[in-house]
Design a protein around this ligand. Structure first.
Ligand code: ZN
Ligand code: ZN
Length: 150
């Protein structure tokens, strides 16, 4: 089983999004929610497989379902597989994504660190803002170190 608290939280969360909390869905969602960075479908599969038998197609199908109902973010990549991370959860104020232009690594960044004024945005723009997911591009810490600039 996933960590007991995470498993319970996952179950509550799935019910809240209108999904039946089957064991496989709980396992897949927990694997994504337990990670502090976005995972590819293959990485999610490997994490679930560490303790459970599940087939690849099931994991891929559940990830698509979770992404379609807004439970997880599906982050597309130009030259690699899509990655998944949980919405809300450890970032109650929402979060954005940093993309390393060298290695393609994607990291979640708490919106609280970005210091924009969501209220002011909503005031200045003609649309209603209900979430912010900014894209940040740059060089990640390990690529920076490898290049001798970090
Ligand atoms: Zn990098
Ligand atoms: Zn994320």
């Amino acid at each position: 089983m996933p960590h007991a608290d995470t498993g319970r939280a996952a179950r509550t969360f799935l019910v809240g999004t209108g999904l039946e909390p089957t064991l496989n869905r709980i396992l897949v969602y927990s694997a994504v929610a337990d990670s502090d960075h976005p995972l590819t479908a293959r990485q999610v599969l490997e994490r679930v497989l560490a303790d459970h038998r599940i087939n690849r197609v099931t994991v891929y199908r559940i990830l698509d379902l979770l992404a379609d109902c807004g439970a997880v973010n599906r982050i597309a990549s130009v030259d690699g597989p899509a990655r998944f991370c949980s919405r809300g959860g450890r970032w109650p104020g929402g979060h954005s994504h940093f993309h390393c232009t060298r290695c393609g690594e994607v990291q979640c960044v708490d919106n609280a660190m970005l210091h924009f004024d969501e209220k002011a945005l909503g005031h200045d723009l003609p649309m209603r803002i209900c979430g912010v997911d900014l894209r940040l591009d740059g060089i990640c810490a390990s690529c920076g170190k490898a290049a001798g600039t970090g």
